[in-house]
Write a protein that binds this ligand. Structure first.
Ligand code: MSP
Length: 522
């Protein structure tokens, strides 16, 4: 039997609007984890995709004068384009309009009708025609729809229910036996309280929504979007209750569902109950991260505080964005995105701390080490110490503490910068060329470690660093290339250049790479 893959998912994004930074957040987190595991030779399956059914999407498509499917094709392609721009390497992109997914949803529905966990009933509620939604008495504003201010109607609609109430106890037992299932812990309590307060059966079909998966045995019903969309995690991996693909057993159970906090309930309560009803093993973890605001405000196009990832990438490069959103805020907590904070970190952490350090060391290495990659500095205290940091950095990534990992990496960067100031290589160059060489050996090897550490976060930067550091290049004597600065400083917030180091390298000297003597990494 093939070994089980580490299965990572993102939510399926609604195609009612174009993607923004909030969407990029979950997907980039999944990409970082996936890249890290792949580098450790762990087989990974990373799935993302788009959520395409429902009345909202149907309505938008009609407003735009196109067929729902054509609308979905366009926005779904925008998401794929964004993932390409952001250097996201997923293994499978699922759309809820994929025929295999739709067939899976239909088969699940029929199976649950047979087992009795899905049953036909009627939903009595207060309905707003404009919203196409039901409201509770308490949600109304002066007895009118809270959105449109229009009167609501008492409607009794035939609907299928999912017997969620039956899973109240099994869910609580599962949470207790698997304390990491709902993560992070500080978000779990809210869900526990919700389940403990008593679960009601939920309506999972609509007769008024045409754009959805039809119930096979009763085609006037379409499946409620969330019931349809949640199933993607299983159908995308090859699940259909009528014929489970052999692939499914190499992926399931999912190792982690990454979701935003607002959809934790769907993933932490309804989804596991659906799987229990199907007799399918539960995922290992559902992890809910926080929300980004923009300049302290909810992201919204109409208010003009809407940041497109593409715009940031165009000006600062993809890795700067990948760095910022995981360094600025601990993954899990809410955070605020401001271009000022972004620029500050870009200039301080990237252009200055890492970029400058790297280009200066590379310039000196090119000049004083004659482009040769030095032997491993076995006696180096700093290199020896940094090597012991690797497991800790890996643990942080594996527990989704991305900010913690980056903080540690930048601690190393800052230590190297201090060391440069302390050892003053520009003086060593005149006084003690042998000591300078040893110092540069240490620096180069430490930078190799750092390039390895940042690889899942900033894959482009890491490969450019590796190229200059002589990692992975054939030892064929080809001249090292001149490589542009990793993070060109942005004019406005620039700090004065550090004294000393620049003086020993003529400005015309290429930011040259090293020829590998040994292409093994740490
Ligand atoms: N379609 C549902 C998910 C179905 S999964 C079976 C959905 N889609 S969504 O497009 O509205 O949002 C998907 C995810 O985008 C959220 O869970 C969240 O991860 C992310 N975000 C959207 N806006 C965000 C912010 N402003 N900040 C952080 N993440 C946010 O919900």
């Amino acid at each position: 039997m093939k070994s089980k893959k580490y299965y990572i998912t993102t939510p399926l994004y609604y195609v009612n609007d174009k993607p923004h930074i909030g969407h990029a957040y979950t997907t980039l987190a999944a990409d970082i984890l996936a890249r890290h595991l792949r580098a450790k030779d762990v087989p990974v399956h990373f799935q993302t995709g788009t959520d395409e059914h429902g009345s909202n999407i149907e309505k938008i498509a009609r407003e735009k004068g196109v067929e729902p499917k054509a609308w979905c094709d366009g926005i779904s392609a925008d998401f794929r384009e964004l993932w390409k721009t952001l250097n996201v390497k997923y293994d499978h992109f699922i759309r809820t309009t994929d025929p295999a997914h739709e067939a899976g949803v239909q088969a699940v529905f029929e199976k649950l009708i047979k087992s009795g966990d899905v049953y036909l009933g009627s939903y009595d509620g207060l309905y707003c025609r404009s919203c196409e939604a039901f409201y509770d008495e308490g949600e109304l504003k002066e007895k009118n729809c809270p959105v449109h201010g229009k009167p609501v109607e008492h409607v009794s609609e035939e609907t299928y229910f999912f017997r969620l109430s039956k899973y109240e106890k099994p869910l609580l037992e599962h949470y207790e036996q698997h304390p990491d299932f709902l993560s992070p812990r500080y978000r779990a309590q809210e869900l526990l309280n919700f389940v403990k307060s008593g679960l009601k059966d939920i309506s999972i079909s609509r007769t008024k929504v045409a754009w959805g998966v039809q119930v096979k045995s009763n085609p006037k019903h379409t499946v409620y979007v969330w019931f349809d969309a949640l199933l993607n995690y299983a159908t995308g991996a090859g699940y259909n209750p009528e014929h489970v693909s052999p692939d499914f057993n190499t992926m399931w159970p999912a190792d982690v569902h990454l979701v935003g906090k607002e959809i934790f309930r769907f993933h932490g309560v309804i989804w596991p109950a659906m799987l229990m009803a199907l007799g399918v093993e539960l995922p290992r973890k559902v992890y809910a991260h926080g929300w980004w605001t923009i300049n302290g405000d909810k992201m919204s196009k109409s208010r003009g505080n809407f940041i497109k990832a593409e715009d940031v990438v165009q000006e600062y490069g993809v890795d700067a964005l990948r760095y910022f959103i995981f360094r600025e805020v601990s993954f899990g907590q809410d955070g605020d995105f401001s271009m000022d904070a972004f620029k500050r970190r870009y200039n301080a952490d990237l252009a200055n701390d890492l970029g400058n350090l790297f280009s200066r060391i590379m310039n000196m290495a090119a000049k004083y080490l004659d482009h040769q990659l030095p032997e491993k500095p076995e006696g180096s205290v700093i290199f020896g110490e940094f090597k012991t940091w690797t497991p800790e950095i890996h643990r942080s990534i594996e527990t989704l503490q991305f900010g913690e990992a980056l903080e540690k990496i930048w601690k190393a960067v800052s230590r190297l910068n201090h060391l440069v100031n302390e050892r003053k290589p520009w003086e060593l160059a005149k006084k003690d060329p042998e000591a300078l060489k040893v110092f540069l050996y240490e620096m180069v090897w430490c930078l190799r470690l750092i390039a390895g550490w940042i690889d899942p976060f900033m894959p482009d930067t890491a490969s450019r660093m590796h190229l200059q550091l002589g990692v992975g290049r054939p030892a064929d004597g080809t001249e090292p290339q001149k490589v542009p600065a990793l993070f060109p400083r942005k004019q406005d917030e620039s700090k004065p250049a550090r004294a000393g180091l620049d003086n020993i390298v003529p400005p015309s000297s290429p930011s040259g790479g090293l020829k590998p003597k040994d292409i093994k990494t740490n």
